[in-house]
Design a protein around this ligand. Structure first.
Ligand code: AHG
Ligand code: MN
Ligand code: MN
Length: 334
């Protein structure tokens, strides 16, 4: 069968044996995410037709305005995962605290916790520009059958068993890894099925695109300023091209296909940058490393960081190997 004819459902079944001691639980969980992706995709595509644009009138725990679609995507994902009784806990960028599932049920044997950024790039919603969803899956570290605790969520990214994103773009794609490379599936909206369209995705080792919010330039550390100047310098294959969508999922997706670096550095205004370690950086770092790229906080590997709180932020440099290494070089110098 050509890869283009293979559905995500078939792919999940075929690859189930990749996990040692697999009981099919992780496969079921990825299936539940596939379903949630379709539900959210349906909602995102209605934006503009029904009253789901604009702010919901509330702020999340990080003081950011919640968009209506943020709230909706959050509800849909949590509901789908809860209905399928497939995880023991969920943490979401849009929730103050983690959610424990079936914690009263002593027979509850689910091993996995899921962390989600239900709607990434929410400032793009009202202007019809690509947005995404990011997910990250860990095995719990506390005993099965007991209520999950914060420790189950505060694991370093290297413990992830799976991670991925959905991009609601010109087409809708689900891209994920279980530690055996990165595969991308495109939704055929007419029949509601994801097909394997991008097998074994890889970052080119070198790239020519840099993605950063240059409006914050004045506030960046000197090493970052120097690297940006390096990207802009007329020399060899430079200057590079600047592309910034303002949705990590979309910027990452483009850079993985074309070769590039995404940066959200710390600044004099935000000492730890903006992106969230657990919901955004760790899953993207896992994908990047599985696709021959790198992810760093400027000095160390993202996936080595021991988180201390759910909504922790971290500076983020991610993409083509040689570009991330070059950016780190500039930061080490200054
Ligand atoms: P979210 O919509 O989940 O809050 O994430 C937005 C993030 C990220 O996706 C994007 O790259 C970045 O914030 C954009 O921030 P700036 O507007 O500060 O550039
Ligand atoms: Mn986000
Ligand atoms: Mn979000």
């Amino acid at each position: 069968m050509s890869s283009k004819n293979k559905t995500l459902g078939e792919f999940i079944i075929e690859n189930q044996t990749e996990f040692r001691y697999s009981t099919g639980e992780l496969s079921k969980l990825i299936n539940a995410i596939r379903l949630a992706a379709k539900v959210v995709n349906h909602e995102v595509n209605k934006a503009g037709l029904v009253d789901i644009l604009g702010t919901a009138g509330d702020t999340n725990i990080q003081g950011e305005n919640q968009q209506k679609l943020d709230v909706l995507a959050n509800e849909k994902f949590i509901q789908t995962l809860k209905n399928r009784e497939i995880v023991c806990g969920i943490a979401s960028e849009e929730e103050d605290d983690f959610i424990s599932i079936n914690s009263q049920d002593e027979n509850h044997q689910n091993k996995y916790v899921v962390l989600i950024d239900p709607l990434d790039g929410s400032s793009n919603i009202d202007v019809n520009v690509s947005v995404g969803t990011i997910f990250s899956i860990y095995r719990r570290i506390t005993p099965v059958g007991t209520p999950v605790t914060l420790d189950d969520f505060l694991q370093p990214g290297k413990n992830q068993v799976a991670a991925g994103y959905i991009i609601y773009g010109t087409s809708t794609m689900l891209v994920y890894t279980t530690g055996h490379g990165v595969n991308g599936f495109t939704l055929n909206p007419a029949i509601g099925t994801f097909y394997l369209s991008h097998p074994n995705m890889q970052f080119p080792e070198d790239g020519k695109i840099y993605s950063v919010n240059e409006g914050n330039y004045i506030h960046f550390p000197q090493g970052v300023k120097d690297y940006i100047k390096y990207c802009q310098k007329e020399e060899g294959d430079r200057p590079y091209t600047s592309r910034y969508i303002g949705s990590l999922v979309s910027d990452f997706h483009r850079n993985m296909i074309k070769g590039g670096i995404y940066m959200y550095p710390k600044s004099s205004k935000a000492q730890k940058g903006k992106l969230r370690l657990l919901y955004e950086c760790n899953p993207m770092a896992f994908l990047a490393e599985q696709a021959n790229g790198l992810a760093s906080d400027g000095h160390q590997r993202i996936m080595e960081i021991q988180p201390t709180e759910l909504h922790e932020r971290v500076p983020f440099f991610c993409g083509s190997k040689n570009m991330v290494e070059k950016a780190e070089e500039f930061m080490a110098k200054s």
